[in-house]
Design a protein around this ligand. Structure first.
Ligand code: MG
Length: 199
């Protein structure tokens, strides 16, 4: 009886396609903001008050004469290669990979220099993500999946599946009409509640 139950369950999960989760890179698995702040602080000598930046991108918060420097950062060779991982992201994606199909979806073509760096960064930090699961794109409105995790509300608004807003200082003023998570632990809780992960 037990064997039969197991085999029915296996059959069921084999027949049901895995849900697809589109996962952003910057500010979701890669600490773009942290690197931006640390490079800006060393260049300008200004200490960034993170709470004061809420609702703004760093380039909007700094004085006008510093904006060009901040805008130049993502075009600077090595910038994307040096980003730290967002805490908990690797273990969470490794777990989610067992129960869903993860796609890393990043609007990267605005900065052509970032393409190689992002690809190599993923290989070094997320070795269980293979090349078929990496989407380096320009416009995320072409993406179809069941879920999207992103810190950018514009990408989420264009997405037809279920939207998960990953908290970041710049999006703190976004209205609460999308599901906000503050960290990867909350992402896992969300997918447990949806039945994607076992309870
Ligand atoms: Mg992002």
């Amino acid at each position: 009886m037990m064997e039969k139950m197991v085999s029915d369950k296996q059959k069921d999960s084999a027949a049901r396609p895995l849900v697809r989760i589109a996962v952003d890179m910057d500010e979701v698995i890669a600490d773009y903001f942290g690197e931006q702040v640390s490079r800006y602080e060393s260049w300008s000598g200004v200490a960034v008050d993170i709470a004061a930046t809420e609702g703004k991108r760093l380039r909007e918060w700094v004085p006008p004469e510093h904006r060009e420097f901040v805008s130049s950062l993502p075009r600077t060779p090595g910038f994307f290669a040096e980003l730290r991982m967002i805490e908990g992201s690797r273990d969470a994606l490794e777990l989610l990979s067992r129960y869903s199909r993860i796609y890393i979806v990043t609007a990267a073509t605005e900065y052509p220099n970032s393409l190689r760096e992002k690809f190599d960064w993923l290989a070094a930090n997320f070795p269980f993500i293979n090349w078929r699961q990496i989407v380096l794109c320009g416009d995320k409105s072409i993406i179809r999946a069941e879920y999207m995790i992103d810190d950018n509300i514009h990408h989420l608004r264009q997405f037809e599946g279920e939207k998960i807003l990953f908290d970041s200082p710049h999006n703190r003023k976004v209205p609460d009409d999308v599901h906000r998570v503050i960290d990867w632990k909350e992402v896992l809780d969300f997918f447990r509640a949806r039945g994607v992960l076992p309870a």
